[in-house]
Design a protein around this ligand. Structure first.
Ligand code: CAA
Length: 258
């Protein structure tokens, strides 16, 4: 039984599926959803038996944004003192690889949540956008930064200033999503990707994620140095010995995640 009201958590082997479950509001991300998604993901992150976490929504909406009705009456001091949206940053600190499986609307905070994940898969029905400007606000969960890093200034400015949306094809062409799949295949494909990732050595997958993430934080020379240190470090794992022995012996590896 899941202790959460707005997210469902299911485990299959080494993968976990976290489904946003606020159907009456197209999974709008109110503070409760934020606390529960972050708490559920952090709990899975601490579990050595979990190698990959999939986050998904409903067919109609991954998430239609932060909860507009909850934000409407807030003032600056309310937002500042509560550090509104601050907890979402903890999702970016999760070390286990994450996959966003996006069907339908991924708008505002929904698009930002998807961008907080490591691999972004889209159904052909997916719709991405940062329409905050139409409400008289701007993105607040990193959209202006992560969208720009993902798709470049041209499209990020276009989306953030006009509030227009982008379909799955455009999102893939722009580099926001790694794959587009038919809507009825989304979960199957996302879980297959997660199972593949979860089948790798967990510490090595964590290091691969850390290395790619570092590309967004540092210079090329520092990033390459960081990668080289981690590359050397993987030779301290049992899984490196196993992976390379298995190749030489023409058999599949059995990783022990150590
Ligand atoms: N916040 C609160 N409630 C929302 C919501 C949101 N972001 N999005 C949808 N809902 C609610 C609607 O109010 C409606 O509730 P009621 O039935 O009680 O009226 C219910 O979900 C169903 O929505 P619609 O009737 O609007 O569904 P639709 O199919 O006609 O339209 C939609 C779908 C185009 C996505 C439309 O719901 C919409 O435009 N939603 C808002 C999108 C948006 O602006 N997102 C950005 C939010 S701001 C933000 O995210 C800030 C940030 O950076 C974090």
């Amino acid at each position: 039984a899941t202790p959460y009201e707005t997210v469902l958590v299911e485990r299959t082997g080494r993968t976990a599926l976290l489904t946003l479950n606020r159907p009456g509001a197209l999974n709008a991300l109110n503070l409760r959803v934020m606390e529960e998604v972050v708490a559920a993901t952090e709990a899975l992150d601490r579990d050595p038996e979990i190698g990959c976490i999939v986050i998904t929504g409903s067919a109609k909406a991954f998430a239609a944004g932060a909860d507009i009705k909850e934000m409407q009456p807030q003032g600056y001091m309310d937002m500042y003192l509560s550090d509104w949206f601050g907890a979402w940053d903890r999702l970016g600190q999760v070390r286990t690889p994450t996959v966003a499986a996006v069907s339908g609307y991924a708008l505002g905070g929904g698009c930002e949540l998807a961008m907080l994940c490591d691999i972004l898969l889209a159904a052909d029905t997916a719709v991405f956008g940062q329409p905050e400007i139409k409400l008289g606000v701007i993105p607040g969960i990193g959209g202006s930064q992560r969208l720009t890093r993902a798709v470049g200034k041209a499209k990020a400015m276009d989306l953030c200033l006009t509030g227009r949306t982008m379909d799955a094809t455009e999102a893939e062409r722009a580099g926001l999503v790694s794959r587009v799949v038919p809507a009825d295949r989304l979960l199957v494909e996302a879980l297959a990707v997660a199972e593949t990732v979860a089948g790798m050595s967990k510490p090595v997958a964590m290091m691969a994620k850390e290395a790619v993430d570092r590309a967004f934080e540092t210079t090329l020379a520092e990033g390459v140095r960081f990668e080289r240190r981690l590359f050397h470090a993987v030779f301290a794992t049992a899984d490196q010995k196993e992976g390379m022995s298995a190749f030489a012996e023409k058999r599949p590896p059995t990783f022990t995640h150590r």
